[in-house]
Ligand binder design. Sequence first.
Ligand SMILES: O=C(O)CCC(=O)C(=O)O
Length: 264
Amino acid sequence: MGQYISKAQWATYEAQGYLHLGNVMDDGELEALQRRIDEIMLGTAPIDYDRVMMQLDSDPENSGKPGPQSKGHKYATLGYRKIQNLELDPLFLSFLQKPQFREICEHIYGKNTPVDCFRAMFMNKPAHDGTPLIWHQDRWTDLTLDPQITIWTALDPTSVENGCVKIIPGSHHRLINPEQGSGFLTEEHIETIVSQYKPIDLILEAGDSVLLHNWMLHSSDVNTTDIARRAFSVCYMHGDTRSLRGNTFTRVFGKGAVVHEAVA
Ligand SMILES: O=C(O)CCC(=O)C(=O)O
């Protein structure tokens, strides 16, 4: 039996494909992460920007649509949509290596199993902006093993109005589009999903995390409010996973795990 998650909670997760973890932040941690992500967007953070993927939500060079998912800082704005490789930042690395997240990874992948971070990603719906994310499952065909879980953490309170994540409980039991192999869904699949199932909204307080099975159907809409909807989403995978594209990953738990530097 784990220290953080009970047997009954694991049974719920297995049936439903998600589990509310509640508030996971230590004192001051939420403010520190909020401040750090804003500094990263504004270009003032002590991070190697050449290694960080940063995508604008509304790129003037792409007629106001999302920009390319490419490495490097574009310009100072809080209007980024997606930022990846946040394991390079000591604050975000320290957060994603929390003991309760280790316990979750041990339950999913086995005790003493090395675990890598497939992605440590900021997902933002800037105030009065944001890009709708259509229904999909998280699966990547270039990986030799399927990553099982994502822990999604709200850095701002989430609501229907600001583009909270919507999920369809129980949908994690099968891949919807196995022929295609990825989490990609056709318009037909989406129409069927929307007409047959009732999604639920993940309405959270800032600092709350939710454990999600990667095959959970999920989507999110735009933000119609004055305040950004910032979130940090970490996908953990078995350390034996290889990328057919030659991508390499950071070991976060188990032998050889990266140790975070003193947090500035
Ligand atoms: O934050 C969102 O709106 C969706 C994030 C997502 O798709 C993910 O974390 O896999």
